[in-house]
Ligand binder design. Structure first.
Ligand code: 5RP
Length: 231
């Protein structure tokens, strides 16, 4: 699938998700190119039908800027008591509703917003679907103070680590940390790996989003838009 076709599908999934947002929702809005289409659609609904959200929280400065330019007031996560619904993209989505996120480097805020949301809806194009997680570098956000030790440990444990780069320099997250991408494909035991990563001192967060997603909107290349809910 070429980028143009993929963008068309991302837009279709975003349009469908935006149409499902109700007035009065406390809404979490994620990060990425699919979410950028979502924000455009929410902005259109605000202009055309006065879509009125009770609160909006987002996971990146880019999404915040776009939401504000559409006239939405954006709150910090700490300012809201809860979120009703969060809509976000994903890098990979497995049939059991687990996923990999963090391709854009915003995984820590994305996971924090997601776990404080009653429902999580992901918007993806068909290319993100996999039977088993993998097929995408797994981002791990690490503190600078122990990042070299973390990298060595991951290497010794056969997790094929690679520094996320931004040109010549290491990519720096919103929180001033680094990202180590693990190249494991497929990931034989995502729950075991999440458990391992949760216990490594210096790991801030990782991109395994397990038992987070409740509903996914999938734009298929045959133009079908599927709304799949977790049973
Ligand atoms: C950013 C993310 C994004 O949701 C994910 O990378 C999908 O991005 P896109 O919609 O651009 O394909 O997790 O950290």
């Amino acid at each position: 699938m070429d980028k143009q076709e993929q963008d068309k599908l991302k837009q279709k999934a975003a349009e469908k998700a935006a149409s499902l947002v109700e007035n009065g929702t406390k809404l979490g809005v994620g990060t990425g190119s699919t979410v950028a289409f979502l924000i455009d659609e929410l902005g259109k609904r605000k202009d055309q039908e006065g879509l009125d959200l009770d609160a909006v929280v987002t996971t990146s400065s880019r999404s915040k800027k776009q939401l504000e330019s559409c006239g939405f007031k954006v709150s910090e996560l700490a300012e809201v008591d809860h979120l009703d619904l969060t809509i976000d993209g994903a890098d990979r989505f497995a049939s059991n509703f687990d996923g990999i996120k963090g391709g854009g480097g915003a995984l820590t805020l994305e996971k924090n917003v997601a776990v404080n949301s009653e429902r999580n809806m992901w918007i993806v194009d068909e290319s993100k679907l996999v039977d088993q997680l993998g097929d995408f570098p797994l981002p791990v956000e690490v503190l600078p103070i122990s990042c070299e030790q973390n990298f060595r440990l991951f290497k010794e444990d056969g997790l094929k680590p690679q520094w996320r780069m931004n040109g010549e320099k290491r990519f720096v997250t919103h929180y001033g940390n680094y990202i180590i991408d693990l190249n494991i494909d497929p990931i034989p035991d995502p729950y075991g790996l999440a458990d391992y990563l949760d216990k490594v001192v210096g790991v801030v967060e990782h991109g395994l989003f397990l038992e987070v997603c409740d509903e996914v909107i999938i734009a298929h290349s045959n133009c079908q838009i599927e709304d799949r809910k977790k049973q």
